[in-house]
Structures are given as structure tokens and as C-alpha cells.
Design a protein around this ligand. Structure first.
Ligand code: FEO
Length: 176
């Protein structure tokens, strides 16, 4: 039985279905990228920033699961695809946060184009599910932009980097 798509064929044949599954993959890919950043930062002894990235990785998994649950609620069958290998090396702390912001911008673009497709197809259920993601991406981009501005302003000063690192670690703990 199919639900959530106005009776216009099975969910699997509904146009945004494949793209919705792709978004599960993209969110898990984001989690993997943040985990690679956490690994790099832990090796660089920036434990607070690493904690922030670990928490972000878990958040991305929860985003993937929101879509996973939505597909199941609509009687769709989730099929998982391979997750691309994430970038593991970075030239600096600024490079990491630039990459984090670029990743969030790419996710926002994907969410917007999926929303547009769902609107074209009059798929109201998918549009409603995606509204949460549209708002979330505003927050995600704002956070990454703020931290990138901070590390850029700090420059190579190691004491200021460690101060910010401690702050990010506390922030990650507070959000647990
Ligand atoms: Fe789920 Fe950070 O995008």
C-alpha cells in the first residue's frame, strides 16, 4: 500500500522519491565528513573542536533518520547507497571551517532543489517534511559562517585558537 502521494501511483514511482532517498545518502555523507574533520582535529589536539564535529556528525545521522522515517511512514522502501570517502586532510583550521560551510551550502542547495521538485509534483507530504530542513539549513549555515569568521579573524595565533577550541568544546557539551 502506498500513502503520502495523492494516490498518483506507488511512492517508488513518484518523482521525488529517488531524490528523497538521495538526501538520506547526502546527510550520511555529511556525517562522515564531519567525522573525518573530528579525526583530523583530534590528531591536531584540538579536542574541543573535535567534540563539536563529533556532535555535528551525530546530528547529521539524525537528519538522515528523519527522512528514513518519513519514507517508511509513507510505506516506501529505503534503499541505501554507498557513502563517498570524505576528505581527510586539511591545510589549516580555517580550511576545515571553509569546507564545513561549503558542505552546508551544498546541502541547502540540495534541499531547495528537492523542495522545488516536490512542489512541481504537488507532493505536499514531502514539502511539509522538507520545511523543517529548510529552516535547519539557515541555522547550520549561520553557525558555520560565524565560526569561520572567528577562526579567520584569529589567524595563526595559537593561544586564541586554543581559547576558541575550549569554547567550541563547551558549546558541544551544552548541546548534549
Ligand atoms: Fe543535515 Fe548539516 O545538513
Amino acid at each position: 500500500m502506498q500513502t503520502c502521494s495523492d494516490g498518483a501511483g506507488t511512492l517508488a514511482s513518484h518523482r521525488p522519491f529517488g531524490e528523497t532517498l538521495d538526501q538520506i545518502n547526502a546527510e550520511l555523507g555529511s556525517a562522515y565528513t564531519y567525522l573525518a574533520m573530528a579525526a583530523y582535529l583530534e590528531a591536531a589536539n584540538l579536542q574541543g573542536s573535535a567534540k563539536w564535529m563529533r556532535r555535528q556528525a551525530r546530528e547529521e545521522v539524525s537528519h538522515a533518520m528523519k527522512i528514513f522515517d518519513f519514507v517508511n511512514d509513507c510505506s516506501g522502501r529505503v534503499v541505501l547507497k554507498a557513502i563517498p570517502e570524505p576528505q581527510g586532510e586539511f591545510s589549516s583550521v580555517v580550511d576545515i571551517w571553509e569546507s564545513a560551510l561549503k558542505q552546508e551550502q551544498a546541502v541547502s542547495a540540495r534541499i531547495h532543489s528537492l523542495y522545488e521538485l516536490a512542489a512541481q509534483e504537488k507532493d505536499y507530504a514531502t514539502q511539509t517534511m522538507l520545511q523543517w530542513f529548510v529552516a535547519e539549513q539557515v541555522e547550520e549555515e549561520k553557525t558555520a559562517t560565524t565560526i569561520l569568521e572567528q577562526v579567520t579573524r584569529i589567524g595563526p595565533s595559537s593561544s586564541a585558537i586554543y581559547f576558541l577550541d575550549r569554547h567550541l568544546g563547551k558549546e558541544a557539551e551544552a548541546k548534549e
